[in-house]
Design a protein around this ligand. Structure first.
Ligand code: IMP
Length: 434
């Protein structure tokens, strides 16, 4: 096992609590790298009782670790600059490298995101409206604007003007009154470029050089495997490979150097946006778990949809990522729910399926097969912290059975367990990962 580097990826629909484990492991790392997505992600960080929300900045910036926004991202420069200022306001030293080949989200990408969603009808994913899909679409069409263009005003002017002329025609087909001012966009983005220039490097060369020097790197996934563009629940996902397979194209780090891949499993399932969700709950249990788990989107504030843990689709994610170790988050948020259910398979027209069917049109017809588990009673935040301090043996017996069932069903090792929001509310079962 390559113990120098770790990748952390979500195994369901996002919001599994990846940030907390990245934060925990980042203490031992030198560099934290984001490799895909954009400011559609979100994590909340608490410093001196004050909550800060970040969307594009890699976790680890507040630990004053070196952070890298690699080439696989689409970057909204205005949002990135706001987050840079926030880090400085908190009084932290920022050590950021921004890839010259990451792509830029432009104002018309955000407009198109909304218009395309309307046009998609029942196939709309319920996006964050941050322009993620349209920016990745321009990247794939090979007329996207990269960070290198952003920081070179002449290139920016030429490429932006050409792109704008096309986008204007498309947007006006939906909304004839749309008229944005190209000079305003250019001036705004040229200024962003001026302010970001100091951070821009070829991050692929930089990261490979750091790896050769023996630096420890964490690859921080955003969103999660089932939202991934190639191996997710298409079209109800995002536009990047939100799994470990996205690391090499998203960073320029070759696969053999990536290291251990850790999958994050939340003790139940949540989802934002559209798309059939087989284990979804629509009753007061969903409300209870949503409140106990604070399941409201960091990026959009939307209440998240809640359901039972689905180990059948997580098994698929385990296969895609090649996972041998998982961490389990938010077990405390299931307190006082009894009985608990875990989905261990799907039935389609009376037949038990052998693997997750991936195709939404098939998943929609499936019925989850559940196993019941006894729940555990509620405790105060202080009591959960005390249990975490004592370690695994101090967990309620019912919780241990629930964890054991996850381990056996997925055939993986459990590396860490989280039973509260603080860094210290983490029980580490394998401390030789990094
Ligand atoms: P987009 O990434 O904004 O294009 O949204 C596409 C889909 O991914 C929508 O269903 C979003 O709700 C979902 N999504 C995007 N980012 C996140 C995230 O960080 N957590 C959970 N869902 C996300």
């Amino acid at each position: 096992m390559n113990k120098n580097n770790i990748a952390i990826v979500g195994l369901s629909w996002g919001d599994e609590g990846k940030g907390k484990f990245v934060d925990y492991l980042a203490q031992k790392a030198d560099i934290v790298v984001r490799f895909q997505g954009g400011n559609n992600a979100g994590h909340t960080v608490v410093v001196d009782d004050q909550k800060y929300k970040f969307h594009i900045m890699p976790s680890g910036a507040l630990l004053e670790k070196e952070v890298v926004i690699a080439n696989g991202l689409v970057v909204d420069p205005g949002v990135l600059l706001e987050e840079i200022e926030k880090i400085k306001e908190i009084g932290k030293t920022l050590n950021l490298k921004l890839s010259s080949t990451a792509h830029v989200i432009l104002p018309f990408h955000k407009i198109l995101d909304g218009l395309e969603e309307q046009a998609k009808g029942k196939y709309a994913a319920g996006t964050t409206k941050r322009g993620i899909g349209p920016a990745y679409a321009d990247k794939a069409a090979r007329w996207g604007i990269r960070i290198y263009d952003l920081v070179n005003p002449d290139l920016l002017k030429e490429k932006l003007t050409r792109l704008y002329e096309i986008k204007k025609k498309i947007i006006c087909a939906f909304d004839p009154n749309w008229c944005d001012n190209i000079d305003e966009i250019y001036n705004e983005y040229r200024e962003y470029g001026d302010r970001l220039r100091q951070y821009v490097v070829d991050t692929a060369s930089y990261l490979n050089m750091q790896l050769d020097l023996g630096k420890k790197i964490i690859f921080e996934g955003a969103q999660a495997t089932l939202l991934g563009i190639d191996h997710g629940f298409y079209p109800y996902g995002t536009s990047s490979n939100a799994n470990a397979l996205g690391i090499s194209p998203g960073t320029g780090v070759p696969p053999r150097k990536i290291g251990t891949i850790i999958g994050v499993v939340k003790a139940y399932t949540s989802r934002v946006g559209q798309g059939f969700f087989p284990t979804e709950l629509h009753d007061n249990i969903a409300d209870q778990i949503r409140e106990q788990g604070h399941e409201f989107g960091t990026t959009t504030g939307r209440p998240r949809r809640i359901g039972w843990l689905d180990l059948f689709n997580i098994k698929y994610s385990i296969m895609i990522n090649g996972i041998e170790n998982i961490v389990i988050s938010l077990l405390d948020a299931l307190e006082n729910v009894d009985p608990l259910k875990i989905c261990v398979g799907y039935e389609l027209e009376g037949t038990k399926l052998s693997s997750w069917p991936i195709q939404p049109e098939i998943v929609e017809k499936c019925k989850p097969i559940y196993k019941d588990f006894k729940g555990w009673k509620s405790r105060s935040a202080k009591e959960w912290s005390e249990i975490a301090r004592k370690g695994y043996d101090a967990l309620p017996d019912e919780m241990k059975s629930y964890i054991q069932a996850i381990k056996e069903e997925l055939n993986v090792e459990i590396a860490m367990i989280s039973i509260g929001p603080n860094r210290s509310d983490t029980i580490v079962l394998k401390d030789d990962l990094l």
